[in-house]
Design a protein around this ligand. Structure first.
Ligand code: CAA
Length: 380
């Protein structure tokens, strides 16, 4: 498979890189300190078309596809992981679910708003007692004359309370396991819906994460996305694409950490020379660069296959697994190269180190990715 990017794509990549360096890099440390959700820069990203890269033109996107999305997302992630996570989630899961399974009315009403950045979208699957075992959810939607009545709490919602649109997975049949899960599209402000306080996280502070609670929340029948009982498979299929996004977020963080470490190893002197001339440092940089390149190739491959309409359950999990564990390795090594300066906020590597950690957890832990990959090995 040939992954040389077209000239057009490289040109657009340069534009996004310039945007990220001018608009996001300067504010990232302050956002990390203040935990402020970055509405202003998200608006500018929307104007650049960054939330609709995978969305067809007739629904407000540019239709450039998943490979282009990965190329652009890496530029945002190298500037700030929190912006990248918000971009990945709102571009991926809510839009995918609506585009692949929604009615024409749902697509027309919501997708253009998400694709242009007018609205941010969120995905609600996990609950406080279940993340990996997603089918063990207990939030339920009961049939009532007006439509459905929702009760329960979803957890770890990226852009919780900030997003305008929520794709919510909930049980319509509590006795049917995964086959009892259905998906609903719910607008912020619906009566009976409320948000918990933002989680105090290790990293990615500008990407707000909250719980969302439904208390006798009535939604119309038209809020059902796809068929009743099909929500779990729909969520899993959408996560295949979502995981390509998270792999890319990890690559962007890794790249930023490598660039910082490479520059520092050149300028920092010890024992009469730049520390990059010591094998102990040079070999670290070599391993970091090699693993990042391998992560990018796995991710581009999954993205390119997805664009060809192929099933990428295994490839997306491999990309996510390898890229996220690489980002933990790379940021650890970068911090080590910086020594004491890596442990303080004078340089960005301590932020990269913290921001990388969640990539091994959200949209499926490394353990879940290994489970998915090992199961796929036995499928013909
Ligand atoms: N595509 C389509 N359908 C799929 C699928 C896929 N990739 N994976 C599973 N399914 C279908 C199965 O075919 C099955 O359907 P049938 O019974 O009709 O055949 C159904 O889904 C149940 O599948 P499993 O038996 O495999 O389900 P399981 O209970 O064993 O769970 C799991 C499998 C892989 C552990 C899954 O629960 C999982 O991925 N867990 C992790 C969830 C996750 O990633 N959560 C992150 C939430 S998002 C987030 O992080 C917040 C954010 O905002 C970023």
């Amino acid at each position: 498979m040939n992954f040389s990017l077209s000239e057009d794509l490289q040109l657009m990549q340069r534009t996004i890189r310039d945007f990220a360096e001018q608009e996001i890099v300067p504010i990232a440390p302050e956002l990390d300190r203040t935990h402020v959700y970055p509405f202003d820069t998200l608006k500018k990203m929307g104007e650049l078309g960054l939330f609709g890269v995978m969305t067809p033109e007739n629904y407000g996107g540019t239709g450039l596809g998943t490979l282009a999305f990965s190329v652009f997302l890496e530029e945002i992630a190298a500037a700030d992981a929190a912006h990248a996570t918000i971009m990945s989630v709102t571009s991926g899961l809510p839009q995918k679910l609506l585009l692949d399974y929604g009615t024409e009315e749902q697509k027309k009403s919501y997708v253009p708003k998400l694709a242009t950045g007018e609205w941010i979208g969120a995905f609600c699957l996990s609950e406080t007692h279940c993340g990996s075992d997603a089918a063990a959810m207990t939030t339920k939607a009961e049939k009532v004359p007006e439509g459905y009545k929702l009760n329960g709490t979803k957890a770890w919602v990226t852009s919780g309370s900030k997003a305008q649109l929520y794709l919510v997975l909930t049980k319509t049949d509590v006795n049917a396991g995964a086959a009892g899960v259905s998906c609903f599209v719910i607008e912020k402000g619906t009566e009976g819906m409320s948000f918990g306080k933002p989680e105090e996280k290790l990293g990615q502070h500008a990407s707000t994460t909250t719980t969302i609670t439904f208390e006798d929340c009535i939604i119309p029948e038209t809020a059902l996305v796809g068929q009743e009982g099909k929500g779990f498979s729909m969520a899993m299929a959408s996560l295949d694409a979502g995981r390509i996004g998270i792999a890319t977020v990890a690559i962007g963080i890794s790249r930023a950490a490598l660039e910082a470490a490479t520059a520092y190893a050149d300028e920092r002197q010890a024992f009469g020379k730049s520390i990059r001339n010591f094998q102990g440092v040079g070999f670290k940089l070599a391993d970091m660069a090699t693993r990042i390149e391998a992560s990018r190739l796995l991710t581009y491959k999954a993205a390119a296959l997805y664009d060809e309409g192929k099933n990428v359950t295994k490839e997306a999990s491999m990309a996510k697994l390898f890229a996220s564990e690489t980002s933990a390795f790379v940021t650890h090594q970068a911090l080590q190269i910086f020594g004491g300066y890596g442990y303080v906020k004078d340089y960005p590597v301590e932020r990269y180190f913290r921001d990388a950690r969640i990539t091994e957890i959200y949209e499926g832990t490394s353990e879940v990715q290994r489970l998915v990959i090992s199961r796929e090995l036995y499928k013909s």
